[in-house]
Design a protein around this ligand. Structure first.
Ligand SMILES: CC(=O)SCCNC(=O)CCNC(=O)[C@H](O)C(C)(C)COP(=O)(O)OP(=O)(O)OC[C@H]1O[C@@H](n2cnc3c(N)ncnc32)[C@H](O)[C@@H]1OP(=O)(O)O
Length: 437
């Protein structure tokens, strides 16, 4: 642990190891015990061998690095054994779309748990500070996570970078979309998604600011190959969208909630479209399914073209707008240089960082398209001053710097600089992330 107090050093030891899927490998048991500890931490059931095998296979494909924190010395009789970690943490590396097609390799943090009997001893702080420092030392400029609670990660410099919301769409007679279909939709066997889903998502990843490249698990879930219990989910159905030239450019996988659930509802498992037409045509299809009154989606964009395509936008009952992707800038100059800024000009940004990873004052100069140059400007008077978490929140346009100034989070030293920064950090379409991890 990076920030260990003496007590923790004596009490705990940390092991970091790659996920292995080979059940005959020496490390397999350590990995399965680690997965069981994660299930425990998230109040899920004990996992059976099938679930463990499938999960570790997917983890190995993603090259996940697992961290476990173990109690030193003995544990009391009858309690969980010393080889069961009291805390878990995992990382993998995936690309983040930072706007205008640019990709930034990022350190994805997931599976963070600390056993209730060891909480609030600084174990999370130790794990996360060590990992963020190591990721930066390894040349990464960005870390990302999705959070179980909104109060945990701001203190570590993470800021909300995308939102999502749950929608219920009334697909009764008033469900009508403007325009006409620009392709065709065909029903397919869900197993087709094992190959099709990653291909379609690869296009979406190139086109969508805020998108994170998906882990292996997604194609398994979308195709019904694995459900929450590790068994195949035979209730999953799927439809594919083809553009006018016959190229497959979108899919939806969905399941019926059952005849005892009223209104009769189709629940979207995954909806991915690489074209605007594909997205709307898949909704046309969903709206046309006989015997179904409602379609629900828990991962809908907040800025959703569907609202504006519907003749009656009140068909959508939206609730629970939630923070989704949280970003943590590890290297300010590298993260800014990774982006393309759509306006030309210059901004001087002061960034504070309580973990000491990304703080400083930077001159950002953009030519309005191809290049952004970032120079260290220590001593210069900044136009704007903000915490590194706030820079993460404006980085893909999740919130306007004008709003963060009004909230007292950003300090504007040069009048008008917050509005200028809003224009700088604009991306080509509202950031949305379809990848939970
Ligand atoms: C990316 C993901 O995986 S998100 C999933 C996070 N995991 C969960 O929600 C599972 C259930 N919860 C847990 O396992 C634990 O309570 C954790 C992981 C959230 C926290 O672990 P702990 O080891 O207790 O945290 P730690 O003692 O290092 O606390 C670090 C700081 O965060 C604060 N903190 C920890 N948990 C919370 C919380 N749930 N809400 C608000 N603040 C919190 C602590 O007060 C402490 O603050 P300080 O250092 O500024 O004084």
């Amino acid at each position: 642990m990076a920030d260990p107090n003496e007590r923790n050093l004596e009490k705990y030891s940390v092991q970091r190891f790659p996920a292995v899927a080979d059940s005959t490998a020496a490390d397999y048991n350590r990995c399965t015990t680690w997965v069981q500890a994660v299930s425990h931490g998230f109040h899920q059931q004990r996992r059976d061998d099938e679930y463990l095998a499938k999960t570790l296979k997917a983890y190995q494909t993603d090259q996940r690095e697992l961290t476990g924190v173990y109690v030193n010395g003995g544990v009391p009789d009858h309690s969980l054994a010393a080889d069961v970690p009291v805390a878990t943490y995992a990382t993998m590396r995936k690309a983040l779309n930072v706007g205008f097609g640019r990709q930034l390799e990022s350190n994805l943090v997931t599976a963070v748990t600390v056993r209730g009997t060891h909480r609030r001893n600084g174990i999370l702080r130790g794990m996360i500070t060590a990992d963020l420092e190591a990721a930066k030392d390894d040349g990464l400029a960005m870390a990302a996570l999705t959070a179980s609670e909104g109060s945990i990660y701001g203190r570590f410099g993470f800021g909300v970078a995308t939102f999502e919301r749950s929608i219920k769409v009334d697909t009764g007679p008033r469900f009508r979309l403007r325009g006409v279909p620009e392709g065709t939709v065909e029903v397919a066997d869900p197993s087709e998604l094992l190959t099709v889903a990653p291909q379609v998502f690869e296009r979406v990843q190139r086109l969508s600011p805020g998108s994170i490249d998906r882990q292996e698990y997604y194609r398994l879930v979308a195709s019904g190959s694995i459900g929450h219990d590790g068994k195949p989910d035979t209730s999953v159905r799927c439809a594919l969208h083809y553009d006018l030239s016959g190229t497959l450019d979108g899919y939806v996988s969905y399941r019926f909630k059952g005849w005892d659930h009223k209104p009769y509802t189709m629940e979207i498992v995954d909806l991915v479209a690489a074209t605007n037409a594909g997205y709307l045509d898949l909704w046309r299809f969903l709206g046309s399914i006989d015997l179904i009154d409602e379609v629900t989606w828990a991962e809908a964009p907040v800025d959703d073209p569907l609202v504006w395509a519907l003749e009656d936008p009140r068909c959508i009952d939206a609730s629970e707008i939630r923070d989704m992707l949280w970003l943590r800038i590890l290297d300010t100059a590298a993260a800014l240089q990774a982006r393309s800024f759509p306006v030309a000009g210059k901004l001087v940004l002061e960034v504070t960082d309580s973990l000491g990873l990304a703080g400083g004052t930077w001159v950002l100069e953009s030519d309005g398209g191809a290049a952004a140059v970032v120079n260290n400007a220590s001593g210069a008077t900044p136009d704007l001053s903000m915490d590194v978490a706030d820079l993460a929140s404006i980085y893909l346009g999740a919130v306007s710097p004008v709003t963060l100034t009004a909230a007292g989070r950003i300090r504007e030293m040069t009048p008008g600089a917050a509005l200028k920064a809003q224009q700088f950090f604009t991306v080509e379409r509202s950031a949305h992330c379809l990848t939970h991890f």
